[in-house]
Design a protein around this ligand. Structure first.
Ligand code: UGA
Length: 424
């Protein structure tokens, strides 16, 4: 999010310094290399480096002296109890406080519990006598579409208790045509959590409807299409599957639940959203079991490891959970993902030694008892089904993202199970 914000602000004509404590990352960026996969970003980094509109630095002085605005875009990972961990926010606030040299607007873009803006203010005040103001400006970009989302926002939220800071940030975004909502720090922080939690709720809701569709013989795709035509419901985030993952929804939903609990409020609905999401993974395993009877010793091919297409991010990926569950049942796993390789799995000690990663999606199918589709990458949508049938021991496909048509699968002679649709 920090890098996307940086390059997009450069594109808007501003001078940008991107600061990180990780020197290795800074060196890579300075040589024009982006250390993760995200469409469009690398070409923009190269362009603005060349035009000297963007600089990458691991020297805090460069990032704080003589700047008008500082954006905080550090991670707020999840603690074991579900709360957001503010360690990085607190550290960066201290560092900023120690190095302020002139009036600066400090804008927080990280997703943080309500009240964190005031916490940042207190930390900076305890370190500095220089005048500054705090703004909360949550970001709504999606991985895989981050640059487009930043440059074409549907709304911009500016939360602050300072008129001066609000007008500086309003001016920064003045070229955007979307509504700009000026509000308090606390309200801005809540808007971000409420938005992510609502989208996660939509996903869990449609997944439960899908589970009922399977039992009553209805078709979830037709149901969600028809529901989505009602503009009060809207057609987005109604895709049934194996549940949401990624670095945001799972963490933010749990964090909002913790915020509610810490204020003596039981957010019952949200607790169910989390439970339904976890169940969706287990249900897929049950489906695989009904087809293959005993998973022990069977070989299964997984297509897709990233938490969604167009990213190499595997944080809280449903595919990783599925692999883990299959591995627990002593299944042998072949896997393929267009962007994820062994290096991405380094932190998953439990998994890395247990899966055979392939660099070709068809080779990964060799001698497998079934194909399980877990991420809906574009290249999986129109595969050569003849090759799939030849390579698989049995013509069995379990589709966790509903990308194939059941009637076509029937015609092609596959045993096909998806989510919320008739088994063929
Ligand atoms: C999400 C939000 O969509 C962004 O607005 C927000 O800025 C971001 O979190 C964040 O807080 O930083 P992101 O995590 O990149 O963005 O991905 P999404 O496209 O929202 O997908 C999240 C998960 O939901 C994925 O695992 C996806 O497969 C799943 N999903 C999405 C469904 O299962 N069904 C759907 O209909 C839509």
């Amino acid at each position: 999010m920090g890098l996307v914000t940086g390059v997009c602000l450069a594109k808007m004509g501003h001078g940008v310094i991107c600061y990180d404590i990780d020197q290795n990352k800074i060196e890579q960026l300075n040589s024009g290399h982006v250390p993760f996969f995200e469409p469009k970003i690398e070409e923009l980094v190269k362009k603005y480096l060349q035009e000297e509109r963007i600089t990458f630095a691991s020297d805090i002085l460069l990032a704080t002296e003589k700047v008008d605005i500082i954006f905080i875009a550090v991670g707020t990972p999840q603690k074991e109890n579900g709360e957001a961990n503010l360690f990085y926010i607190e550290n960066v606030a201290k560092e900023i406080g120690r190095h302020l040299s002139q009036y600066t607007v400090i804008v927080n873009k990280s997703t943080v519990p309500v009240g964190t803006g005031m916490l940042i203010k207190n930390i900076v005040t305890s370190e500095s006598n220089i005048e500054f103001d705090i703004v909360s400006n949550p970001e709504f970009l999606r991985e895989g579409n981050a640059v487009n989302d930043f440059l074409n926002p549907e709304r911009i939220i500016i939360g602050s208790d300072s008129q001066k800071a609000s007008s500086i940030i309003n001016e920064l975004y003045q070229d955007f045509a979307c509504p700009i909502i000026n509000t308090s720090l606390e309200t801005a922080e809540m808007i971000k959590y409420a938005s992510n939690a609502f989208l996660a709720t939509k996903i869990s809701f449609i997944n439960e409807i899908a589970n009922i569709c399977e039992r009553v013989g209805a078709d979830i795709d037709d149901v969600s299409h028809a529901m989505g035509l009602d503009s009060r419901i809207g057609n987005k985030f109604l895709q049934a599957g194996i549940g949401y993952g990624g670095s945001c929804f799972p963490k933010d939903v749990k964090a909002l639940n913790s915020i509610a609990l810490s204020h003596d409020y039981d957010f019952e609905l949200l607790r169910s959203v989390i439970k339904v999401n976890n169940n969706q993974r287990t249900f897929l395993i049950e489906k695989i079991k009904t087809l293959l009877v005993d998973l022990k010793g069977k070989r299964i091919c997984i297509w897709g490891i990233a938490f969604k297409p167009d990213t190499d991010d595997i944080r809280e990926s449903a595919a990783i959970d599925i692999i883990q569950l299959l591995h627990n049942s002593q299944t042998i796993i072949n896997a393929y993902d267009p962007q994820v390789n062994y290096a991405h799995l380094e932190n998953h000690e439990k998994i890395i030694g247990e899966i055979n990663l392939f660099s070709d999606k068809y080779e990964a199918l060799e001698n497998c008892d079934a194909l399980v589709l877990t991420t809906e990458w574009e290249e999986f949508k129109n595969p050569d089904f003849e090759i799939i049938r030849q390579k698989l021991v049995n013509p069995v496909i379990i589709d966790g993202r509903n990308i194939y048509s059941p009637s076509e699968m029937k015609q092609l002679g596959f045993r096909y199970i998806s989510v919320g649709r008739k088994e063929v």
